[in-house]
Design a protein around this ligand. Structure first.
Ligand code: GRF
Length: 205
C-alpha cells in the first residue's frame, strides 16, 4: 500500500493535527503526515509536530501583506516541495482564495466545529448555545470556494446539556473532532469518499 502524502495546515494549538499524526502512525492507515505547515511562526502545534518527528514549515502571512495570492503561491511551493497529495486544514485561520482551492480541488479537507450547514463561520459553540439547539457536533468536509460549504465526508453529533458553557460544549465537540477527522481522512485516502462537486452541480439524469 502506498500511503497518501498529507500536509496538515495549522495556525494554533494543533490538537486535531496530533489526532491525525497519531492515527497515521498505524501500519494500516492509508495516509502519512508528510508535512505540518503553519502560517504563524508561534503556533503551538509546530513544536508538537516536531516532537513527533514530522517535517514542519512556516509561511508567515504577514510577510505578504495584502497579497493573498503571493502567500498562497508560497504555500503551494512548500506543498509541492514535499510532494503533498492531500491537505487537511486543522484550525488554519486563513481563508483561501479560489486560485488555491481550484488548484487543489477535491484534495482539501477541513474540520468545522458544528453540524454543517448550521453555524458556518466563527464562535460556533456560543451560537449553538444562544440558539438553544439540543444537538451540536463537528463536520469534516471537502473545501470549496464558499466558506464552510463543501460536500460533507463525515459528521457526528453530541448532545447539548442544560448545564453547558461554551467551554464544556467545545470540549465535548473536540473529542468528536479527534475521532472523525482521522476517520474521514482514511475514507478519502482510500478513495472511498470522493469529491464530486456539490449535489446541485451534478449532471442532470
Ligand atoms: C477546532 O475546533 C477546529 O474544528 C476549528 O479550529 C479548532 C482547532 O483546534 N476549525 P486545534 O488547533 O486542532 O486544537
Amino acid at each position: 500500500m502506498t500511503k497518501k502524502r498529507v500536509a496538515v495546515l495549522i495556525s494554533g494549538r494543533g490538537s486535531n493535527m496530533v489526532a491525525l499524526i497519531e492515527a497515521a502512525q498505524g501500519k494500516d492507515y492509508p495516509a502519512e503526515i508528510a508535512l505540518v505547515l503553519s502560517n504563524r511562526p508561534d503556533a503551538a502545534g509546530l513544536a508538537r509536530a516536531r516532537d513527533a518527528g514530522i517535517a514542519t514549515a512556516v509561511v508567515d502571512h504577514y510577510r505578504f501583506g495584502d497579497d493573498r495570492e503571493a502567500f498562497e503561491r508560497a504555500l503551494d511551493d512548500e506543498l509541492r516541495k514535499y510532494r503533498i497529495e492531500l491537505i487537511c486544514l486543522a484550525g488554519f485561520m486563513r481563508l483561501l482564495t479560489s486560485w488555491f482551492i481550484r488548484r487543489w480541488r477535491g484534495r482539501i479537507l477541513n474540520i468545522h466545529p458544528a453540524l454543517l450547514p448550521q453555524f458556518k463561520g466563527l464562535h460556533t459553540h456560543r451560537r449553538a448555545l444562544d440558539a438553544g439547539v439540543k444537538q451540536h457536533g463537528a463536520t469534516v468536509h471537502f473545501v470549496v470556494e464558499e466558506t464552510d460549504a463543501g460536500p460533507i465526508v463525515l459528521q457526528q453529533s453530541v448532545p447539548v446539556l442544560e448545564s453547558d458553557t461554551e467551554e464544556t460544549l467545545a470540549a465535548r465537540v473536540l473529542e468528536i473532532e479527534h475521532r472523525i477527522y482521522p476517520e474521514a481522512l482514511r475514507l478519502v485516502a482510500e478513495g472511498r469518499a470522493k469529491f464530486a462537486g456539490a449535489r446541485d452541480e451534478a449532471p442532470a439524469r
